[in-house]
Design a protein around this ligand. Structure first.
Ligand code: 5GP
Length: 193
């Protein structure tokens, strides 16, 4: 039987470029990876697609999923719910796939408590000034939301200690390559067990 896949959590403050780095390292097919699409009550941004970027649901639908125990972890972030569908993650790991989660720090802490074998990776910005520039550069959100995201980013940075690996996203290609090396290394260890 094939080995159970790895569970890889990627976190980092809002605006750090987690999504860009994640999409870059996921181009490496040898990582035998698949992305866990989260459920959210947030409205889709321009260009976001249902079932690819998120499963977009109402607050009521999300609360029902919580009650029915369908989420591996969940949190409320800047007024919206976000969570990881449990069944999907378990099924893919059982099939031997390495499942990649891109989630914020409180959800990551819940997973660490439930799954001690999780591989936790934190992405940092080169500086907090650069992070603010990146958050503002997105220009899709009202000033009030930008301020909330900046405050949240400061708090998120304080969680760095719960992660095994910390990678600075100065250059996307380099950050993606470093994460690929880490995952390959853990795949080798998993296969050797
Ligand atoms: P955004 O609104 O920018 O897409 O996401 C806001 C934050 O929620 C990001 O830090 C993102 O990584 C995080 N996030 C996305 N999906 C999930 C999830 O399923 N669970 C948790 N805990 N955080 C998530």
């Amino acid at each position: 039987m094939s080995k159970r896949g790895l569970l890889v959590v990627i976190s980092g403050p809002s605006g750090v470029g987690k999504g860009t780095v994640r999409r870059e390292f996921m181009k490496n097919e040898d990582l035998n990876r698949c992305y866990s699409v989260s459920m959210t009550s947030r409205a889709p941004r321009a260009g976001e697609r249902e079932g690819i970027d998120y499963f977009f649901v109402t607050r009521e639908e999300f609360e029902k999923a919580i009650e029915e125990g369908k989420l591996l972890e969940w949190t409320e972030f800047v007024g919206n719910y976000y969570g990881t569908p449990l069944e999907y993650v378990e099924r893919l790991r059982d099939e031997g796939k390495n499942v990649i989660l891109e989630i914020e720090v409180e959800g990551a802490a819940q997973i660490k408590a439930k799954c001690p074998d999780v591989l936790m990776i934190f992405i940092t910005p080169p500086s907090m000034e650069e992070l603010e520039r990146r958050i503002r550069g997105r220009r899709t959100e009202a000033e009030e939301i930008v301020q909330q995201r900046l405050a949240k980013a400061e708090r998120e940075m304080t969680y760095v200690g719960q992660y095994k690996y910390v990678i600075c996203n100065e250059e996307v290609d380099l950050a993606a390559e470093l994460i690929s090396v880490i995952i390959r290394n853990h795949m080798k260890k998993q296969n050797a067990e």
